[in-house]
Design a protein around this ligand. Structure first.
Ligand code: TRP
Length: 451
């Protein structure tokens, strides 16, 4: 590997920044919007149990391998696979990463647009808390027709602005401050949740698994969610790890990221479900769930308007630290493989996301009848990327790190942990070689009815 090539790339300033940025990527709408709605649709406790199992069994090992591959090569996804295995065609996996990350960016920007709109509407005192009716309340008026298009464009413009300022300045600074602030606010709302009349019912729905409810759909959904929430499978974490300082402790970073990410999701569940039951709503509302429920919660609080503005603003900012990380996959590819300037690479990736974003934004309004396989553009992008592309990308990454990467690289890497290193490496290898690939394949087969 060429040392100068590595040196000339950006590097995160500190170890704290490495954790803050990876947590910034992981924590976002996936935890606070997608997790509760997926859990609601898939029956609550059973889904949550599978989700946590997948985070531990598949998420942490794959996260480790992405970190390892990224930091040892210091490259974008294509470069990373190529450097470690010059003769295979492993780098082609990078294309899955690029296509799927742009798909995710498309629908994700629409949801980030909702959060920004909610925040602005609350600040202006126009979010009408009390009278909203589920199904045809304000969520519908806010998100149908052309309005989401405007907000999606604003989100992508904001994202582009941060990306143009570069990795270290833009991404790092934002993550260092925003993530802790959001976490504190979530804890405050969680405490408030205790006062909900149906607190017990909500928490039971979330945490009490009904094993008979574990269907192939639940397993696939939970696996997709684990990948989505940890930003895995597309080389996003690999790209970030390529910016790590050389002495970053990958094991600690992986475990801290997984723990914080999972706690944010569970906190979000504890905030949402007691409210869902207390206000007589349905947990099965799908992607709109959180946006229908939260205004009810804020309407019960003193100074609800202020809480609501603050919460949606922080959620918006948390989603920007995630959109930035998704964009970085294609930007680093365009820069390093296609020799574009950072500016050009950013504009190209934003333009593609804008096209996709418009399709998704319109799929709640004028294009709600345009469907493929029974799904609108929004749902299709979400389903295909999360439930198919991410696990396939994760499978390849796991097999690559487990079977293809030269043992000497791994041994050298694990030597930094001292005596514990050997044991850690053996355990990780069992997961990467056998457990992760087998689990992913079994869940796929199961979901298409073969098993
Ligand atoms: N993990 C982020 C969230 O939970 C979303 C995300 C960021 C992502 N980068 C990614 C998902 C890369 C898949 C791949 O909000």
């Amino acid at each position: 590997m060429n040392k100068d090539e590595i040196k000339s790339r950006a590097v995160f300033a500190s170890k704290f920044a490495a954790v803050a940025t990876t947590v910034g990527s992981a924590v976002g709408l996936g935890n606070i919007w997608r997790f509760p709605y997926e859990a609601g649709v898939h029956g609550g406790g059973a889904f949550v149990l599978c989700y946590i199992a997948f985070v531990l069994l598949i998420g942490v090992p794959v996260l480790y391998s992405e970190f390892f591959i990224g930091s040892v090569t210091g490259s974008n996804v294509f470069g990373a696979y190529r450097k470690l295995a010059p003769r295979g065609h492993w780098q082609l996996t990078g294309y899955i990463g690029i296509v799927a990350s742009l798909m995710i960016l498309s629908f994700y920007s629409v949801v980030a647009g909702w959060t920004l709109e909610y925040s602005v509407e609350s600040a202006l005192g126009q979010l009408d808390f009390i009278e909203s009716e589920v199904g045809d309340g304000q969520f519908v008026t806010l998100t149908t027709e052309w309005r989401p298009v405007v907000w999606t464009v604003i989100v992508l413009a904001f994202n582009t602005f941060i990306l143009l300022r570069g990795v270290t300045k833009g991404i790092e600074r934002a993550s260092n401050i925003l993530m802790p602030a959001l976490f504190l606010l979530l804890i405050a709302f969680c405490i408030n949740s205790f006062t909900m009349p149906k607190f017990g019912e909500g928490v039971r729905f979330l945490l009490e698994p009904d094993f008979s409810a574990i269907t192939p759909g639940v397993l696939l959904g939970a696996m997709g969610q684990a990948f989505f929430s940890l930003s895995l499978g597309l080389g996003c974490m690999m790209t970030y790890a390529s910016y790590f300082k050389k002495d970053t402790n990958i094991g600690k970073t992986a475990i801290t990221t997984a723990m914080l990410d999972t706690s944010v999701a569970v906190l979000a569940g504890i905030i949402i479900f007691p409210a869902v039951f207390s206000f007589g709503l349905s947990p099965q509302a799908g992607p709109t769930l959180v946006f229908e429920v939260l205004p009810y919660i804020f309407s019960q609080l003193h100074g609800g308007m202020v809480w609501s503005t603050l919460f949606f603003l922080l959620l918006f900012l948390a989603s920007i630290t995630s959109t930035v990380s998704m964009s970085e996959i294609s930007i680093s590819f365009f820069m390093e493989e296609k020799r574009m300037s950072r500016r050009r690479a950013t504009l190209v990736s934003s333009a593609i996301a804008l096209a996709g974003g418009l399709l998704c934004a319109l799929s709640f309004g004028p294009m709600s009848e345009v469907k493929l396989a029974g799904m609108t553009a929004f749902n299709l992008f979400d389903y295909v990327s999360s439930n198919i592309c991410l696990p396939v990308g994760g499978f390849i990454c796991s097999v690559f790190a487990g079977w293809v990467v030269r043992r000497s690289y791994l041994r050298e890497h694990f030597a930094v942990y001292g005596a514990k290193g050997r044991v850690m490496m053996c355990i990780l290898m069992v997961f990467l070689r056998w457990i992760c690939p087998a689990a992913i394949v079994l869940i796929f087969l199961n979901s298409i009815g073969v098993l």
